[in-house]
Ligand binder design. Structure first.
Ligand SMILES: [Fe+2]
Length: 180
C-alpha cells in the first residue's frame, strides 16, 4: 500500500487522504490487488524473469489491460523488472532520479517490490510516494516527477502506453528537496 513521505520526515498512509492529495495534481492512485495464484506468487518472488516468465505474469493481469484499453485507449504494455544485479543499474536509475515530465502519461501497476515516485505540488512543495504491490498509478502528461529506488533493491511493474514515443523524459532542472 502506498505511503506519502515529506522532506521533513512526515508521512501519510491513509488511502483516501493520499488519493485526494494526489488527485489535486492530476494523479490517479488505485489499489488493484496483485495476483494471488501460486504461479503468480512464485514469479513475483523471483529476482529476475525471462521474457517468457514476464509474458506469463503479464497474462495473469491482462484483465487490467483490457479495462485500460476500454477506458482510456491504451494500446501496449510491458513489464519492467529491476533487481540488484542488473548491469548498468545505477546509470539507468540516474535518468529517472532528476525531475522531469513526459508528453504521455506514465502508468504503472506495481506487482512486487517497491519504489518511490516524487512529485511537485502547485506551491512548489515536494513529496515522495512509496509504491508497492497492488498500487496502480497514473502520472499525467506534463506533470513534474522523478523516480528513485531509495533503499529498495527490487521492483516489478507493468507499464501501460497509449503511445511509447511520448515517454522520453524532459528534464526541468528543478532542484530536489530530498537528499534521496
Ligand atoms: Fe518519468
Amino acid at each position: 500500500m502506498a505511503r506519502m513521505i515529506f522532506p521533513n520526515g512526515g508521512e501519510i498512509s491513509d488511502l483516501p487522504t493520499l488519493q485526494g492529495r494526489l488527485a489535486a495534481i492530476g494523479i490517479t492512485l488505485r489499489h488493484w490487488p496483485a495476483p494471488s495464484t501460486l504461479r503468480g506468487m512464485e514469479l513475483m518472488e523471483k529476482p529476475a524473469l525471462s521474457d517468457d516468465e514476464k509474458g506469463e505474469l503479464l497474462t495473469l493481469v491482462d484483465n487490467r489491460f483490457e479495462e485500460l484499453k476500454r477506458e482510456a485507449g491504451y494500446t501496449t504494455r510491458d513489464m519492467i523488472v529491476i533487481h540488484e544485479n542488473i548491469p548498468g543499474l545505477a546509470d539507468m536509475l540516474a535518468k529517472f532520479e532528476k525531475i522531469h515530465y513526459h508528453t504521455d502519461d506514465e502508468v504503472r501497476y506495481i506487482l512486487a517490490g517497491k519504489g518511490y515516485f516524487g512529485f511537485v505540488e502547485p506551491d512548489g512543495a515536494q513529496f515522495m510516494l512509496e509504491v508497492s504491490a497492488g498500487d496502480y498509478i497514473n502520472v499525467p502528461a506534463n506533470a513534474e516527477h522523478w523516480f528513485t529506488m531509495r533503499d529498495s533493491r527490487r521492483i516489478k511493474a507493468v507499464r501501460y502506453f497509449i503511445d511509447t514515443s511520448g515517454w522520453t523524459p524532459v528534464y526541468t532542472d528543478r532542484p530536489l528537496q530530498f537528499t534521496n
